[in-house]
Design a protein around this ligand. Sequence first.
Ligand SMILES: Cc1cc2nc3c(=O)[nH]c(=O)nc-3n(C[C@H](O)[C@H](O)[C@H](O)COP(=O)(O)O)c2cc1C
Length: 186
Amino acid sequence: MKATCIVGSARNNGSCAYLIDTLISGMKAAGIQTVKYCISDCNINYCTGCKKCYVNGKCFQNDDVIKIVSDILSSDYVAIAAPSYWADIPAQLKTFIDRNTPYGDTNPNRALVANKPVKGIAIAVRAGIRETENEIILNAIDHYYGHLGIQTIKRISVCQTNTLDDLLNRHNDVIDEIYNFGNSLN
Ligand SMILES: Cc1cc2nc3c(=O)[nH]c(=O)nc-3n(C[C@H](O)[C@H](O)[C@H](O)COP(=O)(O)O)c2cc1C
């Protein structure tokens, strides 16, 4: 079993990173091989909108996108944790998703498709109190998964978390839930 786990924040050491590391710990204890990416540390250029990938099945740009997508599509599980930035996903994660256009099911010439079912986990973190804003984040991740043929099996919303201290002080229940969920997968 393999899992690709992505920190979708501009920060590689915040709450999303902590929750992804927690998930990875649970998965590793279950014997799952894990690959982790922090989207902010990756070299991902903007989609230029040229649509050549609709003809070629691939992007003309050579950066980290193909490696990340190859890991995702050869995994049994993929997890993305993202914070709310202005009630949406951070630009770094959006840039990555835009660049998945060669691999989405709206592309008639996509060259890379998963050869087995991939299951998706979505985690949203925000400072404010309303769950509805995190639904926007979770829906964006779910929408991305859907176009790659990935079935979302878990959505986790964490509110009232502006800092890592907030997460650690207020949300031990969610931290335990995420560890146990990772550990339950096989
Ligand atoms: C540019 C920016 C915009 C943000 N916008 C929102 C927002 O609209 N709603 C909200 O609840 N939190 C917002 N936040 C707070 C983050 O969602 C929160 O700090 C989150 O815990 C950060 O996760 P991280 O530590 O993984 O980066 C914003 C933070 C930044 C840096």
